[in-house]
Design a protein around this ligand. Structure first.
Ligand code: NAD
Length: 497
């Protein structure tokens, strides 16, 4: 089916689909050295989709050896940037040709609605194109010296980059890491999440077809504590670029310290505040946005607007509008293009979210919508809204990573800013106001990697994405992400007068 559109088209395409399940090492699809496999499940049905190669330390060692050899050969690392660009653009074109298939893999693997997956695939393609196009436009520097010297600052690739990514945006998070790392000339080993390995393996097939040389891009499916840890401890890996939980991010920094002080770039969790001031315009629009900010992707979004802070003078009326918007966002079959929410990624995440909901009720927050799982197959949780949440409550502090909104009230701007910043995280923050003085004041004072003013989650490839505090130290997207995957080399030449 070349252009699936209706629910039935996607169901048919899913029924016909074959999966690549082996690791991609050097230039070949191979079983794990141990022969072990793990199940990847379709969370909308609870059924096994495929058994996938479960890589471990020996596979990591093999892949690192090939990656180092490829880097040393210079076939990619020393290729003129303009030629790397051409190959990456071919890869982006292949992804475009196979966009429906890539979207289907992410939807089947992690339960997100197919319409969202199609958007993610377009984002991933755009990311490859952006970095391909930018790499032959980046210049080094000539330093201001006297006549007796010439000083250059060169930008060079790092070597071997291991990218460890999560399951919530499988292909898009992969592209955010892999595209700039490859564009900069590195060899890249990708470890997808054990919950969503299928699109990464399909990407490896497309990369080979595009002409990326052997050993330059490899994919090792498997668990974090096995193959992920082996990559993180490897003496042959120069950089770890990670997106995932804060807890695992902390472990990766320790592994770098225990091994070779590899660079570690972390994009971790969040508990992002969304502030609604009484002076904002069009409360219906703001309420719909606030609901989308948390219920998009079933709430499994690092920048989910999970803390909604509302000025008390409009709170009662505003909460009613949020509840009305949430009512229209019920989960449905992820293969139905009309579904706004899909299934939770797996049973563990589903139980974790339900446990947070139970704690919210026990702590005395007021449950205004949802709260109970849907009956039937698969792991579906409806939009859940708690009002009267306080900063002391677990649901007001911890990242739930599910469709659970915590609403707080505030009386003054000062109080709102203090509550917003009272978090271990600092990934995103947003606010709604028409007062230009307030907009400037609040923007400056929110302690966060990104601030959304009168929108939530706005952005494109040109701007960096990342956090402060325990949300991590990395920046994906934009020219700044290329800085993470390259090293500065200073060259000082003495000249004979
Ligand atoms: P996770 O930390 O459990 O896993 C992320 C990746 O790390 C997976 O590939 C996993 O296998 C691997 N891993 C786990 N333990 C490891 C270990 N000991 N050594 C090496 N690798 C290991 O996170 P998750 O559940 O996959 O994703 C959800 C988290 O990701 C949330 O906290 C979310 O906020 C965060 N996230 C952040 C961003 C961002 O840009 N800041 C984007 C998406 C998701």
């Amino acid at each position: 089916m070349s252009h699936p559109q209706r629910h039935a088209d996607w169901q048919q395409m899913a029924a016909d689909r074959q999966f690549e399940t082996r690791a991609f090492i050097n230039d070949a699809f191979v079983e794990a050295a141990s022969g072990d496999t793990f199940e990847t499940i379709n969370p909308a049905t609870g059924k096994c989709l495929a058994r996938v190669a479960s890589c471990d330390a020996p596979d990591a060692e093999l892949a690192v050896g090939h990656a180092r050899a490829a880097f040393a050969s210079g076939e990619w690392s020393r290729l003129a940037p303009g030629r790397r660009k051409k190959i990456l653009l071919v890869l982006a074109d292949l992804m475009e040709t196979h966009r429906h298939e890539l979207a289907l893999l992410d939807t089947l693997d992690m339960g997100k609605p197919i319409a969202s997956s199609l958007g993610d695939v377009q984002g991933a393609i755009g990311c490859f194109r952006y970095h391909a196009e930018s790499i032959d436009k980046l210049f080094g520097e000539v330093a201001p010296t006297g006549d007796d010297s010439l000083a250059l600052v060169l930008r060079e690739p790092l070597g071997v980059v291991a990218s460890i990514v999560p399951w919530n945006f499988p292909l898009m998070m992969t592209a955010w890491k892999v595209a700039p790392a490859l564009a900069a000339g590195n060899s890249v080993i990708l470890k997808p999440s054990e919950k969503s390995p299928l699109s990464a393996l399909r990407l490896a097939e497309l990369a080979r077809k595009a002409g990326i040389p052997s050993g330059v891009f490899q994919v090792l499916p498997g668990f974090g504590h096995t193959v992920g840890k082996a990559l993180a401890l490897s003496m042959g890996v120069d950089c770890l670029s990670f997106t995932g939980s804060t807890q695992v991010g902390k472990q990766l920094m320790q592994y770098a310290g225990q091994s070779n002080l590899k660079k570690v770039y972390l994009e971790c969790g969040g508990k992002s505040p969304n502030l609604v001031f009484a002076d904002c315009k069009d409360l219906d629009k703001v309420a719909r946005n606030a609901a989308e900010a948390i219920f998009h992707n079933q709430g499994e979004v690092c920048i989910a607007g999970s803390r909604l802070l509302v000025e008390n003078s409009i709170r009662e009326a505003f909460v009613e509008k949020v509840l009305a918007a949430a009512e229209t966002m019920q989960p449905g079959d992820p293969l139905d293009p009309e579904s706004f929410m899909g299934a939770m990624v797996d049973e563990t995440q589903y139980r974790r979210v339900l446990d947070f909901i139970r704690q919210g009720v026990e702590e005395g927050a007021s449950l205004r919508a949802g709260g109970e799982a849907l009956k039937g197959d698969g792991w579906f949780i409806p939009p859940t809204v708690f009002d009267g949440v306080t900063p002391q409550m677990v649901i007001g502090r911890e990242e739930i990573f599910g469709p659970v909104l915590a609403i707080f009230g505030f009386d003054t701007e000062e109080e709102a800013i203090a509550m917003a910043n009272d978090s271990d995280y600092g990934l995103a923050a947003g606010f709604w106001s028409q007062d230009i003085d307030r907009i400037m004041r609040v923007t400056r004072r929110l302690h966060s990697g990104q601030v959304f003013v009168n929108n939530w989650a706005g952005g494109d490839q040109t701007v960096p994405f990342g956090g402060v505090k325990q949300s991590g130290n990395g920046r994906d997207k934009s020219h700044h992400s290329l800085e993470e995957y390259s090293e500065l080399k200073t060259v000082w030449m003495s000249l004979t007068p």
